[in-house]
Design a protein around this ligand. Structure first.
Ligand code: DOR
Ligand code: ZN
Length: 398
């Protein structure tokens, strides 16, 4: 069957007999520049078999995977061991997912980073602590990482939250045990302070900077201004920050707990504007699976993070139907921009979407090992029906 592409070309796909042709459209398969597939050490939450199946279900054929595993990916040996495990797991299920790995920065692993400079997509720097124990919170140590990255022509991807301010706010709110305090402890100032510092370090050192999960209006302003000055800064936003906000705690409790936290509706508006005007470059899901039994622990023992790789595309297509994003910008943020920023090799991977298919997000249909979604119960219009990876065609059933 001949399917039109988003840019008025065509692509030929074998579709099972009886497939409705009503409103099919081919988009470049998604690049998800931010996933946590939990190998090693967190395999009860996700592994590369369930993670890759979830990726395909979401129309994703390329992922960048994060180093906050257990142990964290901070040395050449650990990176190589992780790669070996991934290769073996992907081979078992016959999904040749394109994947790239980040190495995690520590206070003293510069030589390890240099050893693997040609094998990684970039350096992940936690300026504030999150899931796992990676943290480089002193400016002098951060500076060394930015300088090395510039020398090696590697991007630095930052989890931009100020550790000092998180600690200060924890003390200020010590008597508040409501889950909503999570957004007060990790408030907008926490994010903006770290983003400003990261931009300063990138500007001084000539480093390419990738801001993960931009979530506030203040960050968007800082990024827009830095881009205008010619700083090589790029910005990601997550589906959960685009579609959930601080009201979500009422419905979801700790299933709306993540770092950085859900924000005010005004921040959400700034993120959508950032996509529209090119300040925001990418959507990365920050797919961070935790079991519901873990999420049910009382705050702050409940871990931060939500799964998202399977729902990003339907959420964005639904937003397209509502006029919140153009198809052109959708393609830019789900794949085209990441390919440019990270110089990815060209591929011929596609996701065929049925723009008219309306379906409810149901936990039992998910492929992620944690089998839940903060978007369960949402009725969305526009779903992927086929994912094509390296010439292999995957029909998405449920
Ligand atoms: O909410 C989050 N979860 N934020 C992070 O920075 C890490 C992630 C995880 O790995 O669970
Ligand atoms: Zn993350």
């Amino acid at each position: 069957m001949i399917i039109p592409t988003y840019d008025h070309k065509t692509v030929e796909v074998d579709l099972p007999a009886g497939t409705s042709q009503s409103n099919l459209l081919a988009l470049p398969a998604l690049v998800d520049p931010h996933v946590h597939f939990r190998v090693p050490g967190g395999e009860h939450k996700e592994d590369w078999q369930t993670g890759a199946r979830a990726a395909i279900a979401g129309g994703v054929t390329t992922v960048f995977e994060m180093p906050n595993t257990n142990p964290p990916t901070t040395t050449a040996d650990l990176l190589h061991a992780k790669k070996k495990a991934i290769e073996q797991q992907l081979k078992t299920i016959g999904i040749p997912l394109h994947y790239y790995l980040y190495i995690g920065a520590t206070n003293d692993n510069l030589t390890e980073i240099e050893k693997v400079k040609d094998e990684i997509i970039g350096i992940k720097l936690f300026m504030g602590s999150s899931t796992g124990n990676l943290l480089v919170d002193k400016k002098a140590d951060q500076e060394k990482i930015f300088a090395l990255a510039a020398k090696l022509n590697l991007p630095v991807a930052v989890h931009a939250e100020s550790e000092a301010l998180i600690e200060r706010n924890k003390a200020l709110h010590a008597d508040n045990d409501s889950i909503k305090v999570h957004s007060l402890i990790r408030n907008a100032e926490v994010a903006a302070t770290a983003v400003a510092q990261a931009i300063e370090l990138a500007e001084q050192n000539g480093t390419r900077l990738y801001i993960l999960h931009t979530s506030t209006a203040g960050e968007v302003d800082l990024i827009r201004a830095a881009k205008a000055r010619g700083v090589q800064v790029f910005a990601e936003v997550t589906p959960h920050h685009l579609f959930l906000d601080s009201e979500s705690y009422h419905v979801l409790g700790s299933r709306a707990q993540m770092n950085p936290p859900v924000r005010r509706p005004e921040d959400q508006t700034a993120l959508w504007q950032g996509i529209a005007n090119g300040t925001i470059d990418t959507v990365g899901t920050d797919h961070a699976p935790h079991l519901l039994s873990e999420k049910a622990l009382p705050y702050p023992k409940s871990p931060s993070g939500v799964p998202g790789i399977e729902t990003a595309l339907p959420l964005l297509l639904n937003a397209y139907h509502k006029g919140k994003i153009t198809l052109e910008n959708l393609v830019a943020v789900i794949s085209a921009n990441a390919k440019k920023i990270f110089n990815l090799p060209a591929n011929d991977d596609w996701v065929i979407v049925d723009l008219d298919l309306t379906k409810e997000v149901k936990n039992e249909n998910l492929k992620t090992k944690c089998v839940w979604s903060p978007f369960a119960g949402w009725n969305l219009k526009g779903w992927p029906v086929v994912t094509m990876l390296n010439g292999k065609t995957f029909y998405l059933s449920s």
